[in-house]
Design a protein around this ligand. Structure first.
Ligand SMILES: [Cu+2]
Length: 161
């Protein structure tokens, strides 16, 4: 029972303290086979603390984090901010603002392997509600978020009596 409650607590905490994982291109991954990454990103909300996961065949692609200019011109010869080539790259989004990624293999950026996202700030270590939740969150969401945090601790207290 205690183990169950503990895992529920971890789940509840992970929802608040750790960001979402975004798998770029969903099941298609990072590819030059006709995925629109504009379209993929359009429906997503990216926040500080989230992680981008790029999955692809190592021999065929890579991931370069680049400047806006390099993104717009598909110029991979401008020194990139970061280069990833593990075939499964988890990139933590640590700062708010615009992030740009391209594939550095010649022709691939032009073929659509380019991703621009906007990361919004969401400080995750505050204790005040105003810092933990975006001001747009409804009171109901705030209430249940709080409940999700408090209830498992109450349960732990009960099971340990
Ligand atoms: Cu590529």
């Amino acid at each position: 029972m205690a183990a169950f409650v503990f895992s529920v607590t971890l789940l509840a905490l992970s929802c608040v303290c750790f960001g979402a994982e975004h798998h770029v291109g969903d099941s298609a991954g990072w590819t030059n086979k006709g995925v629109s990454y504009d379209h993929w990103a359009y429906s997503k909300i990216f926040q500080v603390g989230d992680t981008l996961v790029f999955t692809y065949k190592k021999q065929m692609h890579n991931v370069m984090q680049v400047s806006r200019e390099a993104f717009e011109t598909c110029n991979s010869s401008v020194s990139p901010i970061a280069v990833y080539n593990s075939s499964s790259d988890s990139i933590p989004l640590q700062t708010p603002g615009d992030w740009y990624f391209i594939c550095g293999v010649p022709g691939h950026c032009q073929a659509g392997m380019r991703l621009a996202i906007k990361v919004s700030a969401l400080p995750s270590h505050g204790t005040d509600d105003a810092y933990m939740y975006p001001s747009s969150a409804s009171p109901v969401i705030k209430y249940f978020s709080k409940l999700a945090l408090v209830v498992p601790f109450l349960l732990i207290g009960i099971t340990h009596v």
